[in-house]
Design a protein around this ligand. Structure first.
Ligand code: PGA
Length: 251
């Protein structure tokens, strides 16, 4: 049985004070809940270290939203894997569609980051997904296959236990337009069969595939009840303790 994982991607929201307030709100509300899934929050870099302190001893784990593929160097404005580790991160989101489209990250760039994350002892939450025009052109599976195959190129099967993958159709992110559970399940099932092809049946059975794109407390239970949907990567709805907890409860 795969354990479900609910992760909150805070994006560029919440300064330090706001971050503390949100974390305290989440922890307070979680006290009264029996949590059956893994919970991760991914605040902005400037809040990571403080967040790690607040989360200590709780069920909530810490992740970052991106990192650079090099260990160190003259890369003004960038953050390395060891900086994230030392700030207390266990996870790092890589290949988010906003990184791919706004910051022009290629499959190859993302693959380098995934490799670096593993070697640094961070667990990647590796994202992929098609745009609306790709879906309408009927090439969803082709795009997803390319992103997953290239993104995981040369990653050994032994690393997959520390990998989370997230299917995030670009047209569903921040738009309020969720993929239907059927649409999501179809791609998740395709990705699981792709992992079987690239690795093995065991790897396919064990890999955690999250869905992301306008997940809310109202639609989470239906999505998360599908056979191949193992969790949620949440944007907008993770910025309020109540709605984030609502999704955790669904899982
Ligand atoms: P959303 O974002 O929940 O606001 O659609 C999801 C994501 O970008 O990970």
């Amino acid at each position: 049985m795969r354990k479900k994982i609910v992760a909150g991607n805070w994006k560029m929201f919440n300064n330090l004070e706001e971050s503390k307030e949100l974390i305290n709100g989440i922890l307070e509300k979680l006290k009264n809940e029996k949590v059956n899934c893994d919970v991760i929050i991914c605040p902005p870099y400037t809040s990571l270290s403080e967040s790690a302190g607040l989360l200590k001893g709780s069920v909530v784990k810490l992740g970052a939203q991106n990192m650079h593929a090099e260990d160190k160097g003259a890369f003004t404005g960038e953050i390395s894997s060891s900086m994230l580790k030392s700030a207390g991160c266990e996870y790092v989101i890589l290949g988010h569609s906003e990184r791919r489209t706004i910051f022009n990250e290629s499959d190859d760039d993302i693959n380098k980051k995934v490799k670096k994350a593993f070697s640094a002892g961070l667990k990647p939450i590796f994202c992929f997904g098609e745009t609306l025009s790709e879906r309408e052109s009927g090439i969803t599976n082709e795009v997803v296959k390319r992103q997953v195959t290239e993104g995981l190129k040369d990653i050994p099967e032994s690393d997959l236990v520390n990998l989370v993958v997230a299917y995030e159709p670009v047209w569903a992110i921040g738009t309020g337009k969720t993929a239907t559970p059927e649409q999501a399940e179809e791609v998740h099932s395709f990705v699981r069969s792709l992992i079987k092809e690239l690795y093995s049946e065991t790897a396919a059975e064990n890999i955690v595939i999250q869905y992301g794109g306008s997940v809310k407390p109202e639609n989470a239970a239906d999505l998360l009840s599908r056979k191949n949907i193992d969790g949620a990567l949440v944007g907008g709805a993770c910025l309020k303790a109540d709605s984030f907890i609502g999704i955790i409860k669904s899982a």
